[in-house]
Design a protein around this ligand. Structure first.
Ligand SMILES: *Cc1c(COP(=O)(O)O)cnc(C)c1O
Length: 404
């Protein structure tokens, strides 16, 4: 299943149950996949660690932080600093890296959305900050325009502020919907191609009516240029996850954009506690970690990494293809988790997807893959070096046990 399908609520595929509770099978956990600490907490707690051949999914704990990020956390965890000073300094560096006027590290893309909207609604008026999510009678604007194709569950992040969503489809709808209560026009990049209005037009419509525009690009690097593309395009704020391809702390993200919005958003964040964002706390570990992640991500060789992903994907594809009756294909999703994705399919009467998924899950080491309606999807981008060989071997073993 692709992220886009999941976000559209298509979790009624045969694995809805699997995606929930069944996944946690406290089998005799065998970390053994490279933990170098002497204490094995997975084993101690009976939590099953696994090789993630699926991708960056929250229910699978996202992605693995880069060494640079873990170093940054380790090197800073032993001292105190002022939270606001750190956000100021890191925010300034990050803003420069992503071509934004200002930036702040948040507790994920979801909270960045809530905080960004909150900042738009209240500006720097502390009395208004204290009122949220109560907008009625406050004089604050109350409406956010979104396209029908962009209406996903995560939009709860927007309505947490008390604002309501006004759903539009066409340019004419937008023109008609805009009124004195329109606070923001929000765009969801992962569904861009399903909507009738594309980025530039959305920004232009906002500009024409003096309404700020925002965009959720949570899962949309690579390409690395997306980090600044939407700031350059004129969106007033942009949010991204820190714990997906950026491989920062999984509980971090970024809000970047116009200085007045980010400054106002920070009134809704800790250390201040009179606001809707007090529970969306990030501490110095996430902030330093996010800074290190972003710096590393921007500076490394993306072409080389892409080639490595292709090579590792081919390793698994070749192993699967060697089994008669198995068809394979590698594709790159157009939006969201843009990484080589291997699709495997076979005669499902002979090997139900669920059985195959469970064989990999219950094997040693445990492996998680992502089912779709005709087979499974595998990505290699959150694997550690060498794990692709283990996945290739296990996939071939389980397929050839039935088809060999
Ligand atoms: C993952 C995701 C989010 C939430 O991001 P977090 O960083 O986990 O808060 C929001 N929107 C989209 C489109 C996503 O893919």
């Amino acid at each position: 299943m692709k992220r886009r399908d999941m976000l559209r609520g298509l979790t009624i595929l045969p694995f809805a149950a699997t995606l929930g509770g069944d996944l946690i099978i406290p089998k005799k956990a065998k970390a053994g996949t490279g933990q170098n600490s002497k204490r094995n907490l997975f084993e101690e707690l009976g939590v099953r660690p696994f090789i993630n051949a699926a991708g960056t999914y929250t229910f699978m704990t996202g992605s693995l932080m880069r060494e640079e990020v873990i170093d940054a956390i380790r090197n800073t965890a032993g001292d105190f600093c002022l939270l606001d000073e750190l956000q100021d300094k890191v925010g300034e560096k990050i803003a420069a890296m992503v071509h934004a006027e200002s930036a702040v590290v948040t507790a994920g893309a979801f909270s960045a959305l809530t905080l960004g909207v909150a900042g738009v609604l209240t500006g720097n008026d502390v009395e208004k900050v204290k009122m949220l999510p109560q907008l009625e009678g406050s004089g604050m604007k109350t409406e956010i325009l979104i396209q029908k194709a962009h209406a996903i569950d995560y939009n709860h992040a927007l309505t947490n502020t008390g604002a309501k969503l006004i759903v539009v489809e066409t340019t004419e709808d937008v023109e008609k919907a805009i009124n004195g209560n329109t606070a923001l026009m929000h765009f969801l990049n992962i569904e861009a191609d399903h909507g009738k209005i594309m980025h530039e037009e959305w920004v232009a419509l906002g500009e024409k009516h003096s309404i700020p525009t925002s965009i959720d690009i949570a899962a949309d690097v690579p390409p690395v240029s997306n980090l600044w593309k939407f700031n350059d395009m004129g969106f007033h704020f942009v949010v991204i996850s820190g714990g997906k391809a950026l491989r920062g702390p999984q509980s971090a993200g970024l809000l970047m954009g116009k200085k007045d919005i980010v400054t106002a958003a920070r009134l809704h964040m800790p250390p201040r506690g009179f606001n809707i964002g007090r529970g969306m706390k990030v501490n110095k570990e996430e902030i330093f970690g996010m800074y290190a992640a972003l710096q590393h991500y921007i500076n490394y060789d993306h072409e080389a990494e892409w080639k490595l992903w292709e090579a590792n994907t081919a390793t698994i594809e070749n192993a699967a293809k060697s089994v008669k009756g198995v068809t394979t294909r590698v594709f790159v999703p157009p939006l969201g988790n843009i990484t080589p994705t291997l699709e495997l399919s076979w005669d499902l009467n002979r090997l139900p997807i669920k059985d195959f998924v469970e064989k990999l899950r219950n094997g040693n080491p445990s492996i998680e893959v992502m089912p779709y309606d005709k087979g499974i999807h595998i990505t290699v981008w959150v694997m550690r070096p060498g794990q692709e060989k283990i996945v290739a071997r296990r996939v071939r073993e389980e397929l050839s046990a039935v088809f060999g």
